[in-house]
Design a protein around this ligand. Structure first.
Ligand code: PA5
Length: 349
């Protein structure tokens, strides 16, 4: 097991430099904004009656996040599609944005082709691949990383597209605040900060041998999903997420029977001052109940004034936890051998 305070060992465990990609989140956000700013789109794109974002895994989560972030601002519905096909409503009035880091993800490509057949307004975000060849309206970025480590690009480019098309007001003051909060947080959780002062290392240690279940609500619901994905892909460990208030209508029935969770489970609660007051109350009551039934839990309040800064900073924290989890488990945080095996296996058939 790697000592989290041995920075040399952390680096040796991370030959592709996931730690550097994580640290680059603020830079990625700035770059992403600049790529899209001032771009010209076909005139009718601003008249779209709905927006559908296509993507999978590390390229889809930016869609979930942007959808939640602009929920109160965007006058048209936004739908995230993780399927080979499309819902019936997608047609000429829909703006379909395919987001794929590699540009070669089969589900995303199939749905993009279907959107093209239906005459939808098409746009693609990618670094390269078949998507770059297929798409007439294309925004590319160049960044050598795992797709999940390019989240600053996939999220902020989507936000910037919606801004350029006039669907949402200019979020730059919030983005500037978010970058400041992320930089401040990063200085407290990066690998040089010893465990005694580093809450991300402390959480990774707490998670050793545990099965995390992450609870989030509203703008932090997709962040709970992001933590789950990062713990899976970087830390190579099982993790699950749930969303409040929905979990109060089912999961809680299992609270009085916690046998399976007592030794291995750890519930991680992502709280926010920006939650609806009833959701804040629901988180408080949830913690009381978890105590009452002896279910181990841990909680964290999101930092920042705006939803965007809370989202980005909480993601940044979770990304570092996943990096330290990988070190504790002695696995390479960048490798995706099993995902690659599956993609190759399916491509053969
Ligand atoms: O993080 C990963 O590597 C995966 O979740 C990928 O994002 C996913 O397989 C989709 O690939 P791409 O992002 O290249 O479309």
């Amino acid at each position: 097991m790697i000592d989290l305070d041995d920075v040399g060992a952390l680096k040796r465990n991370d030959p592709q430099g996931m730690r550097e990609r994580i640290a680059e989140l603020p830079w990625q956000c700035r770059q992403a904004w600049e790529i899209v700013e001032g771009q010209r789109f076909p005139a009718d794109y601003a008249q779209a009656d709905s927006v559908v974002i296509l993507g999978m895994g590390g390229s889809a989560i930016g869609g979930d996040l942007v959808r939640t972030l602009v929920r109160d601002l965007c006058p048209v519905p936004i739908f995230v599609n993780r399927e080979y096909d499309l819902p019936r409503f997608v047609g000429q009035g829909t703006l379909v944005i395919a987001s794929s880091y590699s540009g070669n993800t089969e589900e995303t490509l199939a749905a993009f082709q279907e959107a093209s057949r239906r005459g939808a307004k098409l746009l693609a975000l990618t670094t390269d691949g078949k998507l770059a060849q297929m798409a007439e309206n294309l925004l590319t970025f160049s960044y050598l990383a795992q797709p999940r480590a390019a989240l600053g690009f996939s999220l902020i480019m989507l936000l910037s597209i919606l801004t350029e098309l006039g669907f949402v007001p200019d979020p730059r003051p919030d983005l500037e605040e978010a970058i400041e909060v992320v930089e401040g947080l990063g200085s407290k959780v990066r690998e040089e900060v010893p465990t005694s002062q580093n809450p991300a290392k402390q959480l990774a240690l707490l998670l050793q041998g545990k099965l995390p279940v992450i609870y989030g609500a509203q703008h932090l619901a997709p962040v709970a999903r992001r933590w789950k994905g990062q713990f899976n892909e970087n830390g190579k460990c099982f993790a699950f997420f749930e969303v409040l208030p929905e979990l109060h209508h089912n999961t809680v029935e299992a609270f009085p029977y916690p046998a399976e969770l007592e030794d291995t489970g750890l519930i991680l609660l992502l709280t926010s001052r920006l939650y609806h007051p009833r959701n804040t109350l629901r988180f408080q009551v949830t913690e009381e109940m978890l105590d009452q039934y002896g279910i181990p839990h841990w909680s964290m309040e999101a930092q920042g004034r705006s939803p965007l800064s809370q989202v980005l900073s909480t993601i940044h924290f979770g990304d570092y936890v996943s990096l330290y989890l990988a070190a504790l488990r002695g696995v390479n945080p960048s490798s995706v051998e099993t995902i690659t095996y599956l993609k190759e296996r399916l491509a053969q058939i």
